[in-house]
Design a protein around this ligand. Structure first.
Ligand code: PMT
Length: 405
């Protein structure tokens, strides 16, 4: 869910006159549901597509269309809203508004407001393909990017005008996700992070396998948070039912051997490696070619040890920061610290499994962080997205210390 960063934040949404303005109430609803306080500024042209009342009802705040529409505070609202904004988004951004923002023109409430904004700004261009590809529009978008705007590229597809091409406003869920990213400090900017998540499955025959209860939620939460914080993330994932996090390169694997190949192959170019996956420690010695028939009362399976991927990563480690996880049912401290030492790790995250509110499958987790100097830090039960961010805080701190050396 990753809603923490947006809770209690002041977001101002600028809405321009485009057919895709119909998607904006849903975007507003998503942001409000995540706990943001949202205020809407709309152009006169936007009113031709969607009513002010809809935004007032969904945001619970007055909507500003003109600098002069509220006698008491209208003429200074653009300043006070700009001052309190944590982030500003213009969606849909029309060619006209993009041109005005790129050239500092302030001839309506929204363009005037935008000149007063100092918080992070994001625009979502949406228009007919030929308009979008027009040199003048592209030039203006380039100016906005070099002025520090985050520009969300439109989707390609069939547009309202019947043309097929680039110009469609992305989904409200996608825009909300990118807006959340805007709110994060980019303390892992350009760091290459390699993460493994989910279970591995070890086939017994064509229809059966050995596996475990890992849902992938913990590893995916870390991948998502790292991408929000500016990292280039590769996520090596065992089979899960989760959606790939936006902006993350996902490599899908099934067995421990496949996971090992991908992790070891990506190791050299990584700055940070976090091994969250629950790897099956054993695999069947022989994978039956056909479905094993139910004949005898008892069936023995011969298993052999899988490669310990994290141990090999620890042996080959050079400049990388290497982080492991330990899922234990007893003696968490001893077992986690033993793995930290034996696998040559910079940090290990221990979690006791068994409770429904933590570890396998749940949205929350209760973890303890163990460090090579013997220190440990126990965290209360919290969402896996919060665990992810606290873990990344420690890693970012270590990155900064190492960079200073
Ligand atoms: O996926 P979720 O449902 O969100 O659940 C999260 C989790 C419980 C899976 C996660 O928090 C966690 O604890 N992951 C590690 C699980 C595990 O396999 O622990 P372990 O103690 O068996 O392994 C220790 C470390 O060695 C882990 O980093 C593991 O990835 C690694 N390992 C283990 C065996 C092996 N053959 N190769 C490895 O690399």
């Amino acid at each position: 869910m990753m809603s923490g960063v947006i809770r209690n934040k002041h977001i101002v949404m600028g809405v321009c006159g485009g057919i895709s303005a119909y998607k904006i109430p849903e975007l507003l609803r998503i942001l409000v549901k995540k706990g943001a306080s949202v205020k809407v500024l709309m152009t006169r042209n936007a009113e031709a597509f969607i009513g002010k009342t809809t935004f007032e009802a969904l945001s619970g705040n007055p909507v500003c269309v003109s600098l002069f529409d509220e006698k008491s505070e209208g003429s200074i609202r653009h300043i006070s809203w700009a001052q309190e904004a944590d982030a500003v988004i213009v969606a849909p951004a029309t060619a006209n508004m993009i041109g005005k923002l790129a050239n500092g023109i302030a001839d309506d409430a929204l363009s005037t407001f935008m000149l007063a904004v100092t918080s992070p700004r994001m625009i979502c261009p949406a228009m007919n393909t030929n308009m979008y590809e027009n040199r003048a529009v592209q030039r203006n978008i380039d100016i906005l990017e070099s002025d520090g705007y985050t520009v969300i590229e439109p989707d390609a597809g069939e547009l309202a005008c019947g043309v097929t091409g680039a110009g469609r406003l992305p989904s409200p869920e996608f825009i909300a996700d990118r807006l959340q990213k805007l709110l994060y400090d980019k303390d892992l900017l350009n760091k290459k992070i390699l993460i493994s998540a989910g279970p591995t499955i070890e086939p017994i025959d064509p229809v059966r396998f050995i596996s475990n209860h890992s849902s992938g939620k913990m590893g995916y939460a870390i991948a998502k948070a790292a991408e929000y914080r500016g990292a280039e993330v590769t996520l090596v994932s065992g089979p899960t039912s989760l959606c790939p996090p936006i902006g993350v390169r996902v490599v899908h694997v099934k067995t421990a051997d496949e996971m090992a190949e991908s992790m070891l192959g990506n190791m050299e170019q990584s700055d940070i490696i976090i091994k969250v996956a629950a790897v099956a420690d054993y695999k069947p010695v022989v994978r039956a070619e056909h479905k094993i028939k139910k004949t005898d009362e008892r069936l023995s399976l011969h298993l052999e040890k899988n490669i310990d991927i994290l141990k090999v990563l620890g042996e080959r480690k050079k400049q990388q920061i290497l982080v492991g996880f330990a899922a234990e049912t007893q003696e968490l401290d001893n077992n986690a610290q033993k793995k930290l030492r034996e696998k040559n790790l910079d940090l290990i995250v221990g979690n006791l499994v068994g409770s429904t509110a933590s570890a396998f499958g749940s949205d929350s987790n209760k973890v303890t962080l163990y460090f090579p100097n013997g220190e440990k830090k126990s965290l209360p039960i919290m969402g896996k997205d919060e665990v992810a961010n606290i873990l990344l805080d420690h890693i970012a701190g270590k990155v900064m210390t190492d960079d200073d050396r």
